[in-house]
Design a binder for this molecule. Structure first.
Ligand SMILES: [Mn+2]
Length: 340
């Protein structure tokens, strides 16, 4: 069941034919799909002996430090000179798992100014036109699923190496919550089936994703659910929040709060959950929902964000308390979605 278009592949192959220095890019605060998609392409070009660099706006989460080639990723916030150098020298940019330049954070300007042709592969809705060619498929479980199609197509259908398959499997697993959402299309399982044929250790990857955290992260989760969760049964909503002081008390490391937002959804009758995290000068918001409740609409309407129907992110310039007050105030606007 092929999804990627022949035209996209034809154009991409043409760009790749003349590319000598490829730069891969993904979004700030990279998750498993961002890293998995980028590292799979990194490994692929390395195998093909094509010079490649993978640049991210900021630090990767500790729990993904076991991934192949992770030590070669360039992070703009700590290696600005090197990042600028490789971007200035590249003759082809491939962007994965984001579709808006704001997701590149402080790198956005230099990337947009680059004369190098740009290829974008992504599954978020409403892509901004910042690439020469675009493979956008909102129905995809993950960008990793699309990168699988891409690599398979440009590699004449040859079987992928174990390293590539491992990265792609990680992306699919993390973006579907281990196949609990975004994964009803049989195509996703066809891709997974192919990845397993490449010899990956499925249990190893899942263990690394879910059982590879610090003890303080588990204590932070326990504290957050016990002391900082509010349930609004009449709106089928529950939310949690964390202040800077909370994060400091539990030795917060990047990636520690990944997945926290899903916990309130495990309460019977709750279809919408949110987490609000106090950051330096702003409040980070994440939203999750079940069924038709539009997490992306709430975020787009009020929290400068967007994303998928059931998973969206956003941010607010207001304080933690004011952001939460606003959330409670606007929530009744969406009660019509509760009866669907
Ligand atoms: Mn993704």
């Amino acid at each position: 069941m092929k999804q990627i278009s022949d035209n996209f592949i034809k154009d991409a192959i043409q760009y790749l034919a003349s590319a000598k220095n490829i730069v891969l890019l993904s979004h700030k605060n990279p998750d498993g799909d961002a890293l998995g998609s980028g590292l799979a392409l990194y490994q692929y070009f390395k195998e093909k002996k094509i010079s490649v660099n993978f640049v991210l706006p900021n630090q990767l989460p500790d729990y993904l430090d076991w991934m192949p080639n992770v030590q070669n990723v360039i992070t703009y916030n700590t290696q600005k000179e090197l990042a600028l150098k490789v971007i200035s020298q590249t003759d082809l940019i491939i962007m994965v798992d984001f579709n808006h330049s704001s997701r590149l954070d402080k790198m956005a300007e230099i990337v947009l100014e680059s004369k190098a042709p740009k290829i974008m592969i992504d599954h978020h809705p409403y892509p901004e036109s910042i690439s020469d060619i675009l493979y956008s498929r909102v129905s995809a479980s993950s960008t990793a699923e699309m990168v699988f199609e891409f690599i398979t197509a440009i590699n004449n259908g040859e079987k992928l190496s174990k390293e590539i398959a491992e990265c792609l499997f990680l992306g699919i697993v993390t973006d579907t919550g281990s196949f609990s959402y975004n994964s009803s299309n049989p195509f996703t399982f066809e891709v997974v089936s192919e990845l397993l044929k490449s010899g990956i250790d499925k249990d190893f990857v899942i263990d690394k994703v879910y059982n590879n955290h610090s003890h303080s992260r588990l204590r932070l989760l326990g504290y957050c659910l016990n002391d900082n969760m509010k349930v609004l049964p009449e709106l089928s909503t529950a939310y949690i929040y964390l202040s800077q002081a909370d994060l400091e008390k539990y030795n917060f490391e990047p990636g520690d709060t990944e997945g926290f937002v899903n916990y309130p959804l495990s309460i019977k009758g709750i279809v919408f959950s949110a987490i609000f995290i106090e950051k330096d000068g702003y409040t980070k918001c994440s939203f999750r929902s079940k069924g038709k409740f539009p997490a992306n609409k709430v975020s787009g309407d009020h929290f400068n964000g967007g994303g998928h129907l059931n998973a969206a992110g956003g941010e607010s310039k207001a304080s933690l308390k004011d952001t939460i007050d606003k959330f409670e105030r606007v929530l009744p606007e969406y009660s019509n979605f509760l009866n669907e």
